[in-house]
Design a protein around this ligand. Structure first.
Ligand code: PLP
Length: 383
């Protein structure tokens, strides 16, 4: 499958997790939309975009177990987290509870907003090795009367763990606490059923594991919270709300989420319009089989590295998908990453969590057992 992707053939690319990689047919679709736009930008953006986006969104909704009206396209998960964090109107004394595995930029979002509003961002330690049975309880035991929100990844960035979230979301709701899930790595990586998962807010990326073009994120908001969502950019939809406008066009939108998020000024919508092509690509290539093959390769690499260094894994094999963290004894994470890339042309990130260092291995459909062998044989990996 490697020839389906545009990746440099001289590279051993084992970092799908950071920014994904887009297959040729999906990238062709992106460019087809961009060319279509340039034939008549006024027709395309001004008169057709709302309908085209609605079609793409409907396809994504069916794929992800959602109602289309509860979904909005955003450029990426960072934006999705920011929209929710800024919309919550945190008050002095409020608390946002999170795990200690959250993505740095999103943690910073909450830390800054909390500091500005006199609220608190509190990390709960989810220890390694990960124990899925204790996960929900670990967070729920930390709830206080002032906890407004639990913020939690679906698949974590530095540790590549899949957090089991349905129970957490349901029990948080019983306690009157909102949930925001950072699903940056989930679409295309896990079977997603957003309604069954039950988070109040869920943001995800299609440009990582679904292999859509970059800039294709989404935000899912349960209907009862849609009115509180504030856009990062105030635009025509707000004007239409004030004027009681009942029409539907690219500028105004129709539903509460569209009014806020559909039109954010002139921008390139081609990545979102290409999401159906990414879904088609994975369906054509029997993705459940691809995923299982990738997981098996990741698991084999993990077991070999653990044995080689005598270090324990971060979790059982059921707690990760196509991305896994390989424990290594190295202390200098950036030095190891740079040597793997410069000496061996292996593109792979090296992460650190709770004093431990990990090579975060991503195995995607284009990877072969030889790719993993090149990583494991790299001189830099020898302790
Ligand atoms: C858990 C997690 N959240 C959010 C992000 C940010 O994604 P984006 O840059 O597409 O906003 C990442 C990126 O790797 C991530 O791993």
């Amino acid at each position: 499958m490697r020839d389906q992707f545009l990746l440099d053939p001289d590279l051993t690319f084992l970092n799908h997790g950071s920014f994904g990689a887009c297959p040729r047919p999906v990238f062709d679709e992106l460019q087809r939309w961009q060319r279509e736009m340039e034939r008549n930008p006024v027709q395309f953006l001004g008169r057709r975009s709302a309908e085209l986006l609605a079609q793409a969104r409907a396809r994504l909704a069916a794929y992800a177990g959602a109602h289309a009206d509860d979904l909005a396209f955003v450029p990426n998960a960072t934006t999705g987290v920011n929209i929710v964090a800024r919309s919550l109107a945190l008050r002095p004394g409020d608390e946002v509870l999170a795990t200690d595995h959250e993505y740095g930029a999103c943690e910073t979002t909450f830390e800054r907003l909390c500091a500005a509003r006199g609220a608190h961002y509190r990390r709960v330690t989810v220890p390694l090795p990960f124990e899925r049975e204790r996960f929900a309880e670990t967070l729920l035991a930390e709830l206080r009367p002032q906890t407004r929100l639990i913020f939690c990844s679906h698949v974590t960035s530095t540790t590549a763990l899949i957090f089991p979230l349905a129970e957490l979301c349901a029990r948080a709701r019983e306690r009157g606490v909102l949930t925001l899930v950072d699903g940056a790595h989930a679409p295309g990586h896990l079977d997603l059923d957003l309604q069954a998962l039950g988070a109040d807010f869920y943001t995800g990326n299609c440009h990582k594991w679904l292999c859509a073009p970059k800039g294709a994120g989404f935000l899912h908001v349960r209907p009862e919270h849609q009115a509180l969502i504030e856009a990062p950019v105030i635009s025509w939809g707000y004007a239409a709300e004030v004027a009681g406008h009942t029409g539907f066009d690219a500028y105004t939108g129709r539903t509460p989420l569209e009014r806020r998020l559909l039109w954010q000024g002139t921008r390139d919508i081609a990545a979102w319009l290409s999401v159906p092509a990414a879904i088609d690509f994975q369906q054509r290539h029997d993705w459940p089989v691809v995923r299982a093959r990738c997981h098996a390769l990741a698991a084999e690499a993990l077991h070999r590295v653990c044995t080689r260094f005598g270090l324990p894994p971060a979790s059982t094999d059921d707690d990760y998908g196509q991305m896994v963290v390989l424990p290594v004894p190295h202390r200098d994470a950036e030095g190891l990453r740079a040597r793997l890339f410069e000496d061996s042309r292996v593109e792979v990130p090296v992460t650190q969590h709770a004093g431990r260092t990990f090579v975060r291995l991503s195995v995607q459909g284009y990877n072969t057992p030889e790719d993993v062998e090149r990583l494991l044989a790299a001189p830099a990996l020898a302790a």
